[in-house]
Write a protein that binds this ligand. Structure first.
Ligand code: CP
Ligand code: NVA
Length: 301
């Protein structure tokens, strides 16, 4: 059973294969209408369940479109509307769904929910974001970097802001794809201790971005964070906003990424998001291509 649960638990060669496959699948359908079937249909006759316990725009639409382009069918399920949200165990849900569908993608809160789903499902399970990680996003980000700037190996990536779930997947990717990752942010919002050793810390954002090939940020308040933390986080993170002055200190051809959704003028200014360094919409598009390659990988096709 090949699940796609996290970047650090997926073999390096497989990650490389997924990125290369995503780039070639993207090229092969360039210019065609979004609803047109791919020439090859590796998901023909396949049914895919997309479960969301949190909101989503990109993950939901890109998985749905991706499955259809590859000839499969989808059902989008809201966690709250399933028995899962009313006390049925994850193990039983996994066993039942496995009798109906060929692949499960789940966006949930606790990492444990994802792991339990994978343990008890007899079909592949894909992580569509948990409180702890967001591997599909970072596969799209690596793909986007390489399309614009060449191999990511040995390059410098700087994360400015909250050491959150998206950062965690960048940290896993730094080891697997062999790039250099610097975290700049306030100590109370440091990344999870398990990630130590995968990145370096520079508290001063101006110094952190020196020599950066890529500057990344994300929302200051994630979906799993209490809304009551909003004001405190804004005060802690204000100095880590990605603005034109900060981007000017990175390499001249540095890229800017944000997984979206963004709070413009908080974690990043519109001048940067819509400016010459920004590749945020390529990044969003590449969710589609990267996840198609991930689904093929999981199904061995
Ligand atoms: N980047 C991302 O996962 O976006 P959604 O929350 O819209 O899916
Ligand atoms: N860190 C954000 C990413 C959203 C795609 C969150 O978890 O809400």
């Amino acid at each position: 059973m090949t699940h796609f649960l996290d970047i650090h638990t997926t073999p390096q060669d497989d990650l490389r294969h997924i990125i290369d496959n995503a780039i070639s699948m993207k090229k092969s359908r360039a210019g065609r209408p979004k609803g047109a079937l791919d020439e090859e249909q590796p998901l023909k006759d396949h049914m895919v369940a997309l479960i969301f316990e949190k909101p989503s725009t990109r993950t939901r639409v890109s998985f749905d479109v991706g499955v259809r382009q590859m000839g499969g069918q989808t059902m989008v399920l809201s966690g709250a509307d399933m028995q899962l949200g009313h006390g049925e165990t994850i193990a039983d849900t996994a066993r039942v769904l496995s009798r109906y569908v060929d692949l499960i993608m789940i966006r949930t809160f606790e990492e444990q929910t994802l792991l339990e789903m994978a343990e008890y499902a007899s079909v592949p399970v894909i992580n569509g974001l948990t409180n702890a990680s967001h591997p599909c996003q970072i596969m799209a980000d690596v793909m986007t970097f390489e399309e614009h700037s060449g191999p990511i190996k040995g390059r410098k990536v700087v994360w400015s802001g909250d050491g959150n779930n998206v950062f965690a997947s960048f940290a896993h990717a730094a080891k697997q794809f062999d790039f250099d990752l610097t975290f700049t942010g306030p100590p109370p919002l440091d990344p999870h201790p398990d990630l130590q050793g995968l990145y370096s810390i520079e508290r001063n954002p101006d110094l952190a971005v020196q020599g950066a090939d890529l500057v990344v940020t994300d929302t200051w308040v994630s979906m799993h964070d209490p809304q009551s933390a909003r004001e405190r986080r804004h005060n802690q993170l204000r100095g880590y906003q990605v603005n034109e002055a900060l981007m000017a200190k990175a390499k001249e051809d540095a890229l800017f990424m944000h997984c979206l959704p963004a709070h413009r003028e908080d974690e990043a200014t519109s001048a940067v998001m819509d400016g010459p360094h920004s590749v945020i919409f390529d990044e969003a598009e590449n969710r589609l291509h990267a996840q198609k390659a991930i689904m093929r990988y999981c199904l061995g096709r």
